[in-house]
Design a protein around this ligand. Structure first.
Ligand SMILES: [Mg+2]
Length: 130
């Protein structure tokens, strides 16, 4: 019983953290568009440049995990500054991915939703009780 409450509390915390900022891909896309336009950076945002920038950010993200061995869920033992840095690098990757998708004319939310459906067909869940 006590264990169940603890798990429920942890799930609640996780949901709270995940749902703390509810922002759509379209909102982020608009912010990125405005950010680039205000700085006249649209000229640099070719698909190739954005792809290379995203890959560079994946490298920065990878550095945070480099030489740490296996990292457990929740990142126990990581300092708050490291977790904050991780959030920044994850964001860099996401933001370049969104911008790249926009510059390629791909609706990322739609494409990702379709891909999940496609994956479910390709990798069907095992039937229970069989
Ligand atoms: Mg970065």
């Amino acid at each position: 019983m006590e264990g169940e409450k603890k798990v429920a509390a942890m799930e609640g915390e996780e949901k709270k953290e995940v749902g703390a900022v509810d922002v759509s891909l379209k909102e982020l896309s608009k912010k990125l568009h405005d950010f680039a336009k205000e700085r006249d950076w649209e000229q640099y945002h070719s698909p190739r440049n954005l792809l290379l920038a995203m890959v560079a950010e994946v490298g920065e993200l990878s550095e945070l995990f480099m030489w740490k061995g296996e990292v457990r869920k929740g990142l126990p033992g990581w300092e708050e500054a490291e977790k904050e840095h991780l959030g920044e690098e994850l964001s860099d990757v996401l933001l370049y991915l969104i911008r790249l998708s926009d510059m390629c004319g791909v609706d990322l939310g739609d494409a990702a939703t379709r891909k999940i459906v496609k994956n479910a067909v390709k990798y069907p869940a095992p039937t229970k009780g069989a």
